[in-house]
Design a protein around this ligand. Structure first.
Ligand code: ARG
Length: 494
């Protein structure tokens, strides 16, 4: 017994040290000499990370088939790419993931209305400033008499985007405020409109954009002193070549005042042309978004179920095996996966594993979800097999069947009847959980819902739409599984 425990502990230690090593390798590679420009030129494109919930800097809009990221920062990104002689690829994610993405090489630069500050400068390098803005508060019209500056936020519910300087500023500056951090500015606006929070601090240009697209909202000067106001492009630490290249572009752009005179007005014009006033927009116009969401959700689910079942069978057999090593490996895998949140696993695969091999978001999502599902499927299969009493196979053996025959004809068919419904549940769970992949920017249903929310400034309708879509998918699948289950039990009773 004790020696068994020892095996398990040492195996777990092994797993942990592999993880630590992975990070060691990743960090070591970050400090090597600078050939950043060369690498970009070889690739032929530069990846810009951004959080497109910040109009007019960056926001999601429609194009023919689906969604597209627009904004003044995107124009700057394009110019930097052009001057480097490469293409621009835009990768969207939560604002708080951007610097991590830079450090883990998921993106080559970050342009996201981001201000340079000393904390951030510890982990990344910044270009010169390309724009500057200050912070405003966005509030409900009805509170205008009570909230006049950020000092009036004492005791109030304040919402801020996590990872922003505004969030930190409220946290430090107004200790008695009840601060609610959210990842997406669109969610903050919804919370404000429904009275869950009283104010949101954000960059002034952005506050203006949101206020002009939502009735009943007002902006006031936050009068927050000491908040840095320079917007800069961020690069991985040590990427001096890229910083220099960006500085050259920024010098050109600022000397012609392009950002202010061209990029921002163009973005503002796009926003105004596509201005939707509340309920006037029909969700039908956004069917392209939802259809592409369904496609991704189905791709993730079908591929992950396939690999999940393969992994599940392998690990169930390993766990049932008499070989202690196979058994121990299976126990570690199953317990570790079941003991950690799937969301964390997805982020780990994307950011962590991604530092060694560059795995695209969709593949990372599929890998993480398959590995997760494998652990649950393994337990379903093991449970199904264990539920058949030993008496059954003993009886089979005494009737003269070989061990192999008794498993094939007696144990497995009965176990399968127990396994099938549980597998059906697992499939439904997996479809629902595929929505977690939206955190790393996979364009599945949940991600598309956010895109529609952002483009229509409507909070609830897109949620209702994907809820119905998920239900139709999962209900159909449950029905099909039930139908097949009936067939199977019929078959075995014959
Ligand atoms: N300027 C603020 C900061 O640097 C907020 C930026 C938020 N950007 C975004 N794309 N959501 O912290």
């Amino acid at each position: 017994m004790n020696s068994k425990k020892l095996y398990f502990t040492s195996l777990l230690m092994l797993v942990l040290s592999i993880f630590t090593m992975m990070f060691g390798v990743a960090n070591a590679s970050a400090s090597s000499t600078d050939n950043s420009v060369q690498q970009i030129k070889q690739k032929g494109y530069i990846v810009m990370g951004t959080s497109p919930d910040y109009p007019p800097y960056e926001f999601i809009g429609k194009d023919d088939g689906g969604s597209h990221v627009y904004g003044a920062d995107i124009e700057l990104g394009k110019q930097i790419a052009k001057d480097l002689g490469v293409k621009l690829k835009v990768k969207s994610m939560g604002f708080d993931s951007l610097l991590v993405a830079l450090q883990t090489k998921k993106v080559d630069m970050v342009i996201a209305g981001m201000n340079e500050n000393p904390q951030r400068a510890k982990s990344v390098d910044f270009s010169k400033s390309y724009y500057s803005s200050d912070t405003s508060l966005i509030i409900n019209d009805k509170d205008a008499s009570q909230i006049k500056s950020y000092k009036d936020l004492a005791g109030k519910n304040v919402g801020a985007q996590v990872g922003t300087i505004q969030y930190d500023e409220i946290k430090k500056g107004v200790k008695t405020a009840h601060l609610k951090g959210m990842e997406n500015v669109n969610d903050l606006i919804l919370a404000l409109k429904s009275g869950k929070i009283d104010a949101i601090p954000m960059d002034t240009a952005v506050a203006k954009a949101y206020a002009s697209h939502n009735t009943g909202l007002k902006i006031i000067d936050a009068k927050m002193k000491g908040v840095s106001s320079n917007n800069n492009v961020a690069f991985a630490k040590g990427a001096k070549g890229l910083v220099d290249a960006a500085n050259k572009t920024i010098k050109k752009v600022t000397s012609h005042n392009l950002y202010i005179k061209k990029y921002v007005p163009e973005a503002a014009k796009y926003l105004a042309d596509n201005k939707h006033t509340s309920s006037a927009v029909s969700m039908w116009q956004y069917k392209g978004f939802f259809i592409s969401g369904i496609e991704y959700t189905m791709i993730i689910s079908v591929v992950s179920v396939f690999f999940g079942i393969i992994l599940g069978v392998i690990f169930a057999l390993m766990r049932l095996s008499h070989n202690w090593l196979l058994h121990a490996i299976a126990v570690c895998y199953i317990e570790f996966i079941r003991g950690t949140p799937q969301l964390v696993q997805i982020m780990f695969i994307y950011f962590g594993l991604g530092t060694i091999v560059n795995v695209p978001a969709l593949t990372s999502g599929i890998i993480a979800i398959s590995i997760n599902s494998g652990a649950y499927v393994a337990e379903i299969i093991r449970g199904g097999i264990n539920s058949i009493s030993d008496g059954q196979s003993e009886a089979a053996l005494s009737l003269g069947l070989s061990k192999h025959q008794s498993i094939k004809y007696i144990v497995l068919p009965q176990a399968f009847k127990n396994i099938w419904p549980a597998l059906g549940n697992e499939l439904v769970t997996l479809i629902k959980d595929s929505s977690l992949a939206s955190v790393i920017g996979v364009g599945e249903l949940m991600y598309q819902m956010r895109a529609v929310q952002a483009d229509t400034y409507q909070g609830v309708a897109p949620i209702a739409v994907i809820m119905v879509i998920y239900f139709v998918i999962t209900f159909t699948i449950s029905r099909i599984m039930k139908h097949l289950e009936g067939k199977i039990s019929h078959g075995t009773n014959d």
